[in-house]
Design a protein around this ligand. Structure first.
Ligand SMILES: [Zn+2]
Length: 111
């Protein structure tokens, strides 16, 4: 399989994971809102949105997508003819760090 296919998949999985994180955060907000308002806890609103069930659904999907992304990373690493370059990056105005990474796939080497 072509490495570009896995790079595209990795990019899409990253976007999906970002969106799932946002959805889970929204579920948490709804859950917190319900918990902070005793009057809502036994109303139809809680029944319409079962925050725990919905949250767990998305957490399960996030775990699945994360596993797929890990497989993509492994395929990319094995298929890429790495071209490692070393650069100094600024962490803050007084501190910099040297990193070595592949300029094609982005894999970083630990020194
Ligand atoms: Zn590479």
């Amino acid at each position: 399989m072509d490495i570009n296919y896995f790079l595209l998949l990795k990019s899409k999985y990253t976007i999906i994971l970002d969106n799932l994180n946002s959805i889970i955060s929204e579920c948490d907000d709804i859950c917190n809102h319900i918990n902070e308002n005793d009057s809502l806890q036994n109303t139809k609103l809680c029944i319409l949105f079962n925050s725990d069930v919905n949250r767990n659904f998305f957490i399960e999907k996030r775990r699945h997508i994360y596993d797929l992304k890990v497989i993509c990373d492994q395929r990319i690493y094995s298929l890429c003819k790495h071209n490692f370059i070393t650069e100094s990056i600024d962490i803050d105005p007084d501190t910099s760090k040297t990193i070595t990474f592949c300029d094609f796939c982005g894999f970083t080497q630990r020194l």
